[in-house]
Structure formats: C-alpha cells, structure tokens
Design a protein around this ligand. Sequence first.
Ligand code: SF4
Ligand code: SF4
Length: 463
Amino acid sequence: MKVYSFSKGGIQFEDGFAPRQEHSRLAFLPETVIMPLSTEAGCRSYPVVLPGQHIEEGVLIARGQGAGSANIHSPIPGKLVKTIKWGTESGVVSDALVIRLEGSFSRLGKSKTANEWTGLSGFEIRSLLAEYGVIEMEGLGRPLCDILSALEPTREPLTLAVRCVFDDPWLAADYCLCNENPDEVVEGGLIAARAAGASAMIFAVSAAEKRLGEILTDAAKRNEAAGRLAVASVTAGSRYPQHSDYEMNAILSRHAKNEGLAKGRFLILSPATLAAVYEAVVMRAPVLERYIAVGGPAVKRPAVLKARIGSRLRNLFAECGGFRRKTNDAGGSEPDFAVIGSPLLGRAAVLDEPVLKTSRAVFAPAMKSDKGVLKSLLRLKSARKFMPMAVCINCGECRSVCPAKLDPEHLYKRIKTGKHSDSLLQMVSGCIGCGCCEAVCPSKLPLCAAIARFTFKGAARAV
Ligand code: SF4
Ligand code: SF4
C-alpha cells in the first residue's frame, strides 16, 4: 500500500483532550435555539418569520439572497421569541433568531421516505441543495450550490475527493460520521459528483484508517447509482496538515500520475457536507443537526455528540459531564471561553454561542494561567493577552515544520517592520494558514496570525 504524504514540514498533532470514540451520542433537544442570520464570512440571510409566530420543525425561517448566503431552517418546532445581536471574535456581527421549543416534532422520530435522485440533472440537484440550505460544513460555510455552479466545464476531468484524512484529532466528528453512516456519505458523494459533472470519486483516507477506505469503497461499489463513475481510494499520511486542500491536491495529483490517469481537477468535500447532500436530495430535508466533537482539558468526559443546530455550547459541555473543578482563575467552575474548531486554528467563543452548521469541534481550555494549554491558542486574542511575548531566538523550528516551504520567522519580521511591499505579499501568498509554525515556536510568536492578517489586508488593498 502506497502512502502519499508531503515531503517537508508538518507536525504530529496529538491531543489527549479530544474525544476518541468511534460512535456518537445523541444530544438532548435544546429548549431554545439561536440561529444567526449571517455565515462566518458575513453573508446575510433574510428572515421570513415574525416575532411570536409559531414555526414547524424544518421550515424555512430565513432566505439566502445573493452569493455566499444560504437558506436557514428551524431545527426545532417552536415560537420565534425575539431577534438578538450575535457576534464572533473574528468580527462578524449579525442578527440571530431565538426560537423557543413548543409543539411537537414533525420529522424527529418519524419514518422517512427516500427519494429517487438518479433521474435528476445537475441543475435540479443544485436547486435542491440551495433550497435545503446545504453549505460546506466547515470553514467559512460557503453554499454548496455556489461552489458547484462555479466549476467551469473544461476539458480537464473533474474528480470528487472525499476528505477522510484525520491528521487532526479534532476531526473526530467526521470520523464518527463515516463509521456510523458510510452509505449516506457515499450516496451524498455520488449525488455531489453528478451535480459537479465529475467523472470519478476518490476517498482520501488516513494510513491509520485504511479499514475505513475499504468500507467506503465497498459501499460505493454496492450502490447502483455509482454507474460508470470510477471509484477508488488513496491512502494519505497522518502528519498535520495533510487534510488541507493544498496537501490533498498535491497527493491526489501524484496519485493520478502514478496510476497513469489524466491530469485533472479535484473538488474536495468533507463527509459532513456529503451527509448534508444526502439529507437534502434523498430525504428532502434541511440540515437540522450535525456531529460535533466536544472536549478539552476543562471537560470531564469528551465525546462526539449529534446536536441540533442552534444548541448552546454550554449545554453540550453539560452533556459531557460538565467542567472539572476550578476551571478559571477566579476559582470558578466555568472556563472563560470555549474554542470552536482546532486548537491550532480555532476561534474563541462564549459558552452561550450556538452550534453552527460549520461547528465541527468545540473545546474548553483550562485556566488562563495554564500556559501549557494556552501555548496552542495563540491565535486567539483573548488568550494572547495573558501570554507575554518573547523574542525570536532563531531556533529555526518554524522553518522546519512549514509544509509550504516558507520561512515564517523572516516573513513575521518583515511584516512587523511595517515596510510592506508587493514582493512580501507574493511571498506570504504561499502560506496555507495551517498554524504549524505557531504551534512549535518556543517564543510563542503569533506567526500564522500575523501572516493571515497581512494577507487579508494585502488582498483588500488589491481590490
Ligand atoms: S507560514 Fe503558513 S504554511 Fe508555513 S507553517 Fe506557518 S501557517 Fe503553515
Ligand atoms: S520558531 Fe519562533 S523562535 Fe524559532 S525561529 Fe521561528 S519565530 Fe524564531
């Protein structure tokens, strides 16, 4: 078995505070949900319900308008209580609908009817994805129909790649989803491949999880809808950030070359996104819940939960046994903030923040004075102010782990001088934002964060 990995850099990312189970638990139904009307990229949807109105489970509550915004549906039956302001540390401020649980569930616990989709055209599938608000269930949460519609038809063949590379222990939610529902992930992949006009589907699986590759490939071969779609799997290394688009594209291209396949393009989607595609097209249901990994040093029993969108993070932590004693510096039993995503690239969140469609993991750090934990959270402004910055000691660690073969220390120093130039912008454009340099820097310098800020400003200047 050939294992494809990158030639230089990366880190072995292990975290004993992440959940390790193969299966998820169903989270309790929330008494209220908070539904932000903007995505993490700031694209807004517009409410179609009024305060006091009764809402059925799964009905449209806000309509996406324009590129980047998506339809939003109510995850619970209830009453729209009010609209509040909701904001993230990354600066997105949005209105959010607060819905209180009332009445009975029209979908939960009821048998579902699978709909035949093989006769649908790519356009009809994309319309269903837009109607049911399917987005990329990670990152900035771009609407999937936008991504698919932007794929220009070219002579280069397109392959749909399913990202089952678990080099980051905080990808545990996708791992559980693949274990529990491989058939849904596979059928969602077949549907997305049809909508994208792909001629092949490939499962990219971590070397440590090759059994999963066999399960997914067998499920695809069993599925008659696969038709003439070529299905294969590729084994990827387990060094972080192997799962990034940059490294995935590189190994998929090398694999295609080794197998004598035509050079082509790759559309890389996560298992969570494909499960949402399955729900929308086969079950004609919107995204109402998602798998989320819950853990961290302050949490008693880390687990992967299947939670309703809009549930408060605080409630998910409670379902994981609550917090260990004395989790903040004042001696209280609640951490001062949680972190959404990975410890390397996550963003801070208050405990009352809702689960979003893109929330694949959340963890609660230990006390702010716990330097060992905070070391990996330097991207967060709220963590950084408790960590005195040291100076670069020229150890070279950041250079040795950078998979993009950059010199993060040199870039950081040039950015700090304030003398910015187009050549500097060009150099930093090679950064894939993986956070490896920050994770290993003994001086705890915010290398990746500085580069990301500089790239963003440069891009804004160029517009
Ligand atoms: S410079 Fe960019 S690509 Fe290189 S390690 Fe840092 S964040 Fe990753
Ligand atoms: S890892 Fe940190 S201290 Fe070492 S060379 Fe890079 S920036 Fe300097």
